[in-house]
Ligand binder design. Sequence first.
Ligand SMILES: Nc1ncnc2c1ncn2[C@@H]1O[C@H](COP(=O)(O)OP(=O)(O)OP(=O)(O)O)[C@@H](O)[C@H]1O
Ligand SMILES: [Mg+2]
Length: 293
Amino acid sequence: MNGHYVLNDPLNHNPFDDALQHDELALSGVADLGHVVEPGVIDTSHGTILYLEDVSVSFDGFRALNQLSLTIDAGELRCVIGPNGAGKTTMMDVITGKTAPDSGKVFLGQTLDLTRMNEPTIARAGIGRKFQKPTVFEQHPVWENLELAMKADKGWFATLRARLGREAQAKIEETLEVIRLESDARRLAGELSHGQKQRLEIGMLLMQKPQLLLLDEPAAGMTDEETMALATLLNRLRGSCSMMVVEHDMEFVAALAGETGRVTVMAEGHVLAHGTLEDVKRDEAVIESYLGR
Ligand SMILES: Nc1ncnc2c1ncn2[C@@H]1O[C@H](COP(=O)(O)OP(=O)(O)OP(=O)(O)O)[C@@H](O)[C@H]1O
Ligand SMILES: [Mg+2]
């Protein structure tokens, strides 16, 4: 046969048949054969981007996270609320590899065990994190901040020498539009308002094309107007990445969650309630521990 395979020829071994059987077995659930995942691609084939199960973290005997279980769907924008000290930031520390949990499972997609990865590896795997305080390069123009963020892992020298490809330029322009800083592209980042700096930092995270964006109190310190501009920005990012937003500002949460978005309420290191914003606002335990104060 000179190395050619003939479909449906019983005398010839046909690799397509093997592939077919493989799929059938997997579909019928009789065999756990696993499946091939492209390197660098997060496997969200079951619809979940982030999976936490029974995660606990103690600091000197104090349980900051107490058997926390939570999942985020691929493409979802999840708001997390809860009183001070509930463990919201600690949860983000665990997801990003900053804090190792004492016990529990933390997975990105189906296959990436985040408890076995360090911070830079987790960032490269596709998790971007926004801290409360904006960290931009104040002495550099807005445009360059985005450029530097794109090349963050290639070193400063390479960055300064590298010439921007067409694709990179287009990505910067697109991001400037998303963060509404088109007309400020040439200004020094240090001259921006607090709200603009926050949007720039989100833009810098977007340059890394994250699959999951974690934002810890992004609206803190913003004017009402800036807060609503941020809500518009995050709403526009829906579909391009999954997001988890921790926030105390309930108007901001309402603007993100809408009527159907799911909101998680955390208290004392675990999930106290979960549902639409209206659902959790009516929840007795939530009123007592958080909203009613
Ligand atoms: N590195 C640490 N060492 C000791 N205790 C810590 C550490 N990090 C957090 N904690 C404690 O863990 C608890 C949870 O803190 P965390 O910052 O996660 O809460 P939070 O929900 O983010 O609160 P907030 O709304 O005020 O930001 C707090 O009691 C805090 O003091
Ligand atoms: Mg916090």
